[in-house]
Design a protein around this ligand. Structure first.
Ligand SMILES: NC(=O)C1=CN([C@@H]2O[C@H](COP(=O)(O)OP(=O)(O)OC[C@H]3O[C@@H](n4cnc5c(N)ncnc54)[C@H](OP(=O)(O)O)[C@@H]3O)[C@@H](O)[C@H]2O)C=CC1
Ligand SMILES: C=C(O[C@H]1[C@H](O)[C@@H](CO)O[C@H](OP(=O)(O)OP(=O)(O)OC[C@H]2O[C@@H](n3ccc(=O)[nH]c3=O)[C@H](O)[C@@H]2O)[C@@H]1NC(C)=O)C(=O)O
Length: 334
């Protein structure tokens, strides 16, 4: 189907809120990315399900966008339909439960709702940009409260159930086991299921203690991570390497501050690439490739990107490869 007929067919299914040629950069925390051919904002979970079903039935490639906090969108944009999930209804249920549509924002919206009602379980995730859908996709996590901080706590620990649209078009309610949660992992990485809503089982907690945990976690992040408001990023770029730390390896290779165009390895946290103004996806990709190359040559570890690459990118050929302006010197003895 040609782009114009896709547009008409989608309008027929979803109404006049379907848009064309919408720049995606503003809808990502990296502030990077070209246009979506087609764009629709789903305001309720029913609209989300309808939009996904319409795209599937019309054979139009689609992508469900949360807060765009864990993705890099290519400079050439997305050839299909981007469904931005702004279905954000949420409410407290009897039995210390919190129900939320999948576009609901974990922080501040859900955390404030829970903590104000004296309910504990979500307060650990303050300051992390995520919708409920993104949180289940990646099993949102943070360190357990201070002073011990002895383990990582995961959102799966408070998930009671979720309403999903399955890959074969059925709406059903599933329990936490369905997701096969792991570190930065759920079955949603493998299956084309869409989360429509989720219910969290919380526990009564001491509001003062919860506020203390929130303040401590926000301070932890402020100290270690570049602030999103002034230094746009997608959080950790590379996957965790257990017991070693992707950030530590990059740091040890002296790569902090390495820059290609406006894409820079954050001087504050080596596993975060920041957009210093007008970074392109091509620059970020070239910087990722450069960091991988240096770290592998120096340490033998192959870093794997944690973020997802969405849409079309400029080719990363040897000939047009961008090189860092301030390539870090190699210190083979370190
Ligand atoms: N710990 C930290 O400091 C940080 C953590 N993060 C993590 O990144 C994630 C960001 O979330 P968010 O911005 O909302 O997501 P994004 O918009 O970044 O989308 C990420 C992926 O989530 C999937 N997804 C989004 N919504 C749904 C849904 N309703 N149903 C099924 N899959 C969905 C999409 O996968 P698909 O293509 O398969 O549909 C997409 O590839 C969170 O999990 C957060 O933990 C991000 C930054 C910092
Ligand atoms: C930021 C994210 O998640 C974060 C999450 O918020 C926190 C808290 O739970 O733990 C992880 O960070 P992290 O900073 O511990 O992870 P890494 O980047 O692997 O760093 C590991 C360790 O290396 C050291 N380190 C880190 C950066 C740096 O510049 N120098 C350095 O020496 C630190 O001691 C750090 O603790 C998650 N990152 C990964 C890749 O798993 C994200 O997913 O986007």
């Amino acid at each position: 189907m040609k782009p114009a007929s896709r547009y008409t067919a989608l309008q027929h299914r979803l109404g006049h809120r379907v848009q064309q040629h919408v720049l995606l950069a503003p809808y990502t925390t990296f502030k990077i990315g070209g246009p979506a051919d087609l764009f629709f904002e789903a305001r309720t979970r029913d609209e989300l399900a309808q939009a996904v079903q319409a795209a599937r039935e019309l054979d139009i490639p689609y992508f469900v966008l949360g807060l765009g906090a864990n993705i890099l969108v290519g400079d050439r944009g997305f050839r299909g339909l981007v469904i931005r999930n702004v279905a954000r209804a949420h409410r407290l249920l009897p039995g210390h439960r919190l129900w939320a549509e999948s576009g609901a924002i974990v922080y501040p919206d859900l955390i404030e709702a829970a903590v104000n009602a004296g309910l504990s379980g979500l307060e650990h995730y303050v300051g992390i940009p995520s919708t409920v859908g993104g949180a289940l996709w990646q099993n949102l996590h943070f360190l357990s409260p201070p002073p011990a901080r002895e383990r990582t706590v995961f959102i799966e620990e408070v998930l009671a159930e979720a309403e999903i649209l399955t890959a074969d078009g059925k709406r059903q309610t599933v329990g936490p086991d369905y997701f096969h949660f792991g570190y930065d992992y759920s079955i949603l990485h493998e299956r084309d299921d869409i989360v429509l809503a989720a219910t969290f089982q919380l526990k009564p907690g001491d509001p003062q203690r919860m506020r203390e945990i929130m303040a401590a976690n926000l301070a932890w992040r402020r100290e270690r991570h570049p602030p999103l408001e002034t230094e746009p990023s997608a959080g950790s770029i590379f996957k965790k390497i257990d017991g070693i730390g992707a950030g530590r390896l990059i740091d040890q290779c002296g790569l902090k501050g390495t820059r290609i165009g406006d894409a820079e390895v954050s001087p504050r946290h080596a596993n975060i690439i920041v957009n210093r103004g007008r970074a392109t996806a091509a620059q970020v990709r070239a910087l990722i490739a450069y960091v991988q190359q240096v770290v592998e040559a120096r340490t033998g570890y192959r870093l794997e990107p944690e973020i997802r690459f969405i849409g079309e990118f400029e080719p990363l050929s040897e000939n047009n490869r961008l090189l860092p302006q301030n390539a870090a010197p190699h210190h083979p003895d370190r």
